[in-house]
Ligand binder design. Structure first.
Ligand code: SF4
Length: 258
């Protein structure tokens, strides 16, 4: 599973080692800083996010250095395509902040996703209404996708059993999560609308690493507890010249939502 910039497979035949690595990294960082919210603020700060005024005095530069060093050492194996991609970007691509994400930021986003999952998983599960957004690039490319417009985004019609959208969606339904295929570019507008319709709402995202981390931040800002699973690699047409099928780790999804 080769991606344009990253692959959770690294040199392996599955993402198993990645998930072991990211968990042990977060465990180690939580030993340095047991307060998850404080650690999240430092992970974001390590990537250049500005802390709120009330947090400025509690910035621990030693912790930020440790986060950056640990992340670079343990996660570089999964981001070997970033430098080449950044060198080969067209002028148009350089205008897209997601496409010009730098390698250290991928590592910090990976940490952020794992940490946010730990912080919000229980709250997400307690929500009365839980929805999930899956990207179109996860579909099986062989049949013409039979998805249809739904009350939210698009709904999978289950035309093939080998489609990751269908597989993931069926698993989500088992846990009372409403799965949709993401087509709307205005995520903030969509989240605000759903938030106004459902007072107790949680969001599950499946997306490439930078977009998932940013989507989780948006949810937290809007008071929606988020969880998420990163795509195994970034392979859609936005990254590649032509779209290639992608996947995510179904076992990790079930671990997260069961
Ligand atoms: S299973 Fe669903 S998402 Fe996959 S190709 Fe068919 S309709 Fe589209």
């Amino acid at each position: 599973m080769k991606g344009k910039t990253y692959s959770l497979f690294g040199d392996e035949v599955s993402a198993d080692k990645y998930y072991i690595t990211i968990r042990s990294l977060i465990d180690a960082l939580l030993r340095l800083c047991p307060d998850k919210e404080k650690l999240l603020m430092h992970v974001q700060r390590a990537g250049g996010s500005r802390p709120g005024r009330k947090n400025i005095s509690s910035i621990d530069n030693g912790l930020i250095s440790s986060i950056k060093a640990e992340a670079r050492e343990k996660l570089s194996a999964y981001t070997t395509g970033v430098k080449g991609h950044l060198r080969s970007m067209s002028l148009g691509q350089r205008m897209d902040p997601v496409l010009r994400t730098k390698e250290p930021q991928y590592h910090l986003y990976m940490l952020e996703i794992e940490l946010v999952n730990r912080m919000y998983r229980d709250e997400f599960k307690r929500c009365d209404y839980k929805f999930a957004l899956l990207p179109h690039c996860l579909r099986d490319f062989r049949p013409d996708c039979a998805s249809v417009p739904a009350d939210v985004e698009e709904a999978c019609m289950g035309c093939t059993d080998e489609c990751f959208i269908n597989l993931g969606g069926e698993l989500m339904k088992k846990y009372d999560i409403h799965p949709y295929i993401s087509v709307n570019m205005d995520l903030e507008g969509l989240f605000r609308k759903l938030r106004s319709e459902h007072p107790s709402i949680g969001a599950l995202g499946v997306a490439c690493v930078p977009e998932l981390a940013q989507g989780m931040r948006l949810c937290i800002k809007l008071g929606i507890p988020p969880v998420g699973i990163p795509l195994n690699a970034n392979r859609c047409a936005r990254w590649m010249k032509e779209a290639r099928e992608s996947s995510f780790d179904i076992r990790e999804l079930e671990e997260l939502i069961k």
